[in-house]
Design a protein around this ligand. Structure first.
Ligand SMILES: Nc1ncnc2c1ncn2[C@@H]1O[C@H](COP(=O)(O)OP(=O)(O)O)[C@@H](O)[C@H]1O
Ligand SMILES: [Mg+2]
Length: 244
């Protein structure tokens, strides 16, 4: 069964149809890329999945359960995590405290007051920081991290809630080629823990990490399937890849 299913999702802003009957499905532990020209509706689709926008029509299912009417918080509870294009890092807090806050939002106050669970929480924060190569920056103020490291911190925060599906909107925007490569390496081991739906301009990056690929053009899905097959689809080449 699909982990995520979007059925005929449309989003209309005034006179503009940002999404036009979009179907999309993501399986458990699948890495799925979402590409398309600027303004083709990629961010709108992620927002409809995460609950930041409500579709004008159509439905979103997670593990077969209709979540179309749920709030973003209820969706997070159901296993969704979204990192927006805009940064969510609290720049004045330490790197450690940013991850701690993200992780605490999952624990009850009562469990936090017990020292044993505080110790466990500390271990989880450090484990997360290690996985994202940020352990040696734990005590530094988040605002002093490089752009790439801030993106990793945000991904670490999005993963702190142990989601079933992580949504990333252009995580490598503004990164150096080295940071981009490192991001691919950081994301790859996540496959054992969750699925990924990622908007990305860098096609090489998508080819490296995604099993499947969906192409949006003017709010419509023009192709969706295995990355290899979609790349060779003639309509995709003419709609997107030729002037990408
Ligand atoms: N809140 C909004 N109000 C009005 N128009 C919007 C809003 N959000 C997005 N749009 C429009 O919807 C279209 C799709 O936007 P978006 O999903 O951000 O595209 P992408 O992420 O593929 O670049 C664009 O034409 C954009 O201007
Ligand atoms: Mg966008």
């Amino acid at each position: 069964m699909s982990l995520l299913e979007c059925r005929q999702v449309s989003k209309i802003f005034g006179a503009l149809t940002a999404l036009d009957h979009a179907d999309l499905s993501v399986k458990p532990n699948e890495f799925h890329g979402l590409i398309g020209p600027n303004g083709s509706g990629k961010s709108t689709l992620l927002k409809c999945i995460a609950g930041a926008e409500i579709p004008t029509s159509g439905s979103v299912l997670l593990s077969g359960v209709d979540i179309t009417g749920l709030t973003p918080a209820e969706r997070a509870e159901a296993g969704l995590s979204l990192k927006f294009q805009i940064t969510a890092v609290l720049a004045e807090l330490s790197v450690y405290d940013n991850v701690l806050l993200a992780q605490q939002s999952q624990s009850s106050w009562l469990s936090l007051m017990r020292s044993r669970s505080r110790g466990a929480l500390h271990e989880r924060v450090m484990d997360t920081l290690q996985r994202f190569k940020l352990a040696d920056r734990a005590d530094d103020i988040a605002g002093t991290l490089s752009h790439g490291q801030q993106q990793w911190l945000e991904i670490a925060m999005a993963l702190a809630r142990e989601p079933k599906l992580l949504l990333l909107d252009e995580p490598t925007a503004g990164m150096s080629p080295q940071e981009r490569r490192a991001t691919g390496e950081l994301l790859a081991p996540m496959r054992e823990r969750c699925s990924l739906l990622i908007v990305e301009h860098d096609l090489d990056f998508i080819r490296d990490i995604c099993d499947s690929l969906t192409v949006l053009d003017q709010g419509q899905i023009v192709a969706s399937g295995r990355t290899q097959d979609v790349q060779e689809d003639e309509r995709v080449k003419s709609a997107y890849l030729s002037h990408a």
